[in-house]
Ligand binder design. Structure first.
Ligand code: GRF
Length: 200
């Protein structure tokens, strides 16, 4: 049976688009949901024939109230997996607990280095030679949780943040569909806080 996936976005949606374009076996994109009505990714999803919805966080008085409404909306699509793709919200422990082991995120750094924002600027400022992106299961701690896949890119001497971000983003677009492919094939096992990838 195919896995139902809900993708959460806040903006551009290029990772979402890469996932849609990958047409992953055994995966049905049940919906794309944004917390911002003007997210550029929404019309892209709609044009691909994917149901879209908006839940504007500005209409909720607390993080808890928003997350509860978001859970209720997501669950109408009965997802097997919830995919955060540039969803710029800090999630409550209630939310992450509700989707325990079926919520994944992409972060533009080699975690556990550079959690949080402005990862490319910070990588350049630290003078690291390698940078990249990480796909991980989401736990209550921001940008932590069992790592599924990582991709590494070099940091070149004259890079600015935009050049480095573009190099990383190319890898993000390759890696996210691959992680979802592994999930859909039941090849990801979480064992003592680490992800084991079963061979095909
Ligand atoms: C990506 O760099 C992702 O790693 C980060 O936010 C950005 C979202 O870009 N979490 P997009 O909306 O997928 O184009």
């Amino acid at each position: 049976m195919s896995k139902r996936i809900v993708i959460l976005i806040s903006g551009r949606g290029s990772n979402m688009e890469a996932i849609l374009n990958a047409h992953i076996d055994n995966v049905e994109i049940a919906a794309v949901i944004s917390n911002r009505p003007d997210a550029k990714g929404l019309p892209i999803a709609a044009a691909a024939g994917v149901p879209t919805a908006v839940l504007d966080h500005k209409n909720y008085s607390s993080r808890e109230a928003f997350d509860q409404a978001l859970i209720a909306l997501i669950d109408t699509y009965q997802p097997d997996l919830v995919v955060l793709a540039g969803f710029m919200r800090i999630l409550t422990a209630e939310f992450t607990g509700h989707y325990h082991n079926r919520l994944i995120n992409i972060h533009p750094s080699l975690l556990p280095a550079f959690t949080g924002l402005h990862t490319h600027e910070r990588a350049i400022a630290e003078g690291v030679r390698f940078h990249g992106c990480t796909i991980h299961f989401v736990t209550p701690a921001l940008d932590h949780g069992p790592i599924i896949l990582q991709a590494v890119v070099p940091v070149l001497p004259d890079d600015d943040a935009d050049q480095l971000a573009a190099r990383v983003l190319k890898e993000e677009h390759r890696l996210y569909p691959e992680a979802i492919r592994l999930f859909a094939a039941d090849r990801l096992v979480i064992d003592a806080g680490r992800v084991r990838i079963l061979s095909a």
